[in-house]
Design a protein. Structure first.
Length: 281
């Protein structure tokens, strides 16, 4: 008799973990997730309990799910981590900073649910698409790009975004994940400005921030190369990043890559919401 000791009832407290479970074909084990998970991965919302996330997790919610594995990821709040631990359920906590970290996280989750080969396939597919994009941009000019994940205070996008941006043919301006100032960005005079604010979807007010930050004379603004990319395409450290890669490539090198859903230029005043899916085989 073969015994299966892999977790069967998983609670995901962060969209990245939910997307990874979906990509490796283990979404059937998900019994509860956050409302943000459903925003990124609509399939996760079908008949599952909605719980608070890694920042606001509550012991009683977790216990009620009868879970045998909790997966959470940054950002954490100390009080929320204490609530997770008090629930007495096996806990997997993730804190990626780079693409390599994300690949390890995918492999770790896949191994935990007994699907290590599927995890390897997902990582290989991500790596291959990123490298194909890198190859396409290898001989192109490299515009200087400032990409932000938050506006007040101004925070540059994370390290994995900087890696994707380089693969998409740009040069990352600033230090990934650290706070900057409007004046510093203005003095750097980037060729392209990209905003992907956490939790904002594609609703970043591009015209307003350029005007109020004093960026109207920045080269990117003068040439109309200011863009919003959907939050989850760049801020969810999971296979969803492949959509962010496509959007970055289209923003940085529109002469070589077609525009894609989830990328909105400053001249687009429709504010139409776009969605996209990642299919990893």
């Amino acid at each position: 008799m073969t015994l299966d000791h892999t977790p069967r009832r998983i609670v995901s407290l962060q969209p990245s973990a939910t997307v990874i479970l979906h990509a490796i074909g283990a979404l059937d084990r998900l019994v509860a997730c956050t409302k943000y998970c459903v925003d990124v991965c609509p399939e996760a919302g079908m008949g599952r309990t909605v719980v608070d996330d890694s920042w606001t997790a509550k012991q009683e919610q977790i216990v009620a799910t009868r879970a045998d594995l909790i997966i959470a990821a940054v950002p954490y709040q100390e009080k929320a981590v204490a609530e997770i631990l008090k629930a007495g359920v096996r806990f997997l906590g993730l804190a990626p900073k780079s693409l390599a970290d994300i690949y390890v996280d995918i492999g770790t989750i896949a191994g935990a649910v007994g699907l290590p080969q599927r995890g390897e396939q997902v990582v290989a597919a991500m790596h291959d698409q990123i490298e194909r994009t890198r190859s396409r941009t290898s001989g192109l000019p490299r515009p200087r790009v400032f990409c932000e994940e938050w506006g007040k205070p101004l925070i540059a996008s994370q390290g994995w975004v900087a890696e994707l941006l380089v693969a998409a043919g740009g040069e990352f301006v600033g230090t990934p994940g650290l706070q900057s100032t409007f004046e510093h960005v203005r003095d750097q005079n980037p060729d392209v400005l990209i905003a992907a604010w956490c939790g904002a979807g594609d609703r970043v007010p591009l015209e307003k921030i350029v005007r109020e930050r004093g960026w109207t004379e920045v080269r990117a603004a003068r040439e109309g190369r200011v863009y919003c990319i959907r939050d989850e395409f760049l801020n969810t450290p999971a296979p969803t990043l492949l959509l962010g890669l496509q959007a970055l490539a289209a923003a940085i090198h529109p002469e070589a890559f077609p525009t894609v859903p989830g990328l909105r230029p400053i001249s687009d005043v429709s504010r139409k919401s776009h969605t996209g899916r990642v299919s990893v085989v």
